[in-house]
Design a protein around this ligand. Structure first.
Ligand SMILES: [Zn+2]
Length: 137
């Protein structure tokens, strides 16, 4: 059972919904993500689909945030275009988000089931890359 965190960042959900509604186009950009940076800023991004591999909106957002000098993220949410609502991160994104931001909160669930959970709750008993790096001598 995933523990529930009470606070839901509705402003973040609105930012992701707005980006999904206004910036997603065709088949290349179908998902939007918004994250609250450590300094309070909201950063948004969309996915970049290509048949060779698709950086999800969450992964594009990590680079977008870094390009704006935001290296710490507090909370993230992803939303689908065409009013698909909140979409939980895929397995790859869960691993990447956990490795980049071990204390990250993620908004998941639709409508009245929307809730904020810890990234560690979305990937229990997970592999932590940093724990398995050998010390260089
Ligand atoms: Zn993903």
């Amino acid at each position: 059972m995933t523990p529930q965190i009470q606070h839901i960042d509705h402003e973040l959900i609105q930012a992701a919904a707005h980006t999904a509604r206004t910036r997603c186009r065709g088949d290349n950009h179908t998902m939007a993500a918004a994250a609250r940076a450590g300094d309070g800023r909201i950063i948004t991004a969309v996915n970049a689909y290509h048949f060779t591999g698709c950086p999800c909106a969450e992964l594009v957002l990590i680079g977008t945030a870094a390009a704006q000098g935001a290296y710490e993220l507090d909370t993230i949410v992803a939303m689908g275009d065409r009013d698909r609502g909140v979409v939980p991160p895929c397995g790859r994104c869960r691993q990447v988000l956990l490795d980049y931001f071990p204390t990250l909160k993620v908004i998941v669930g639709q409508d009245d089931r929307t809730r904020t959970v810890l990234i560690t709750d979305l990937l229990p008993d997970s592999y932590v890359w940093a724990d398995h790096q050998l010390e260089s001598e």
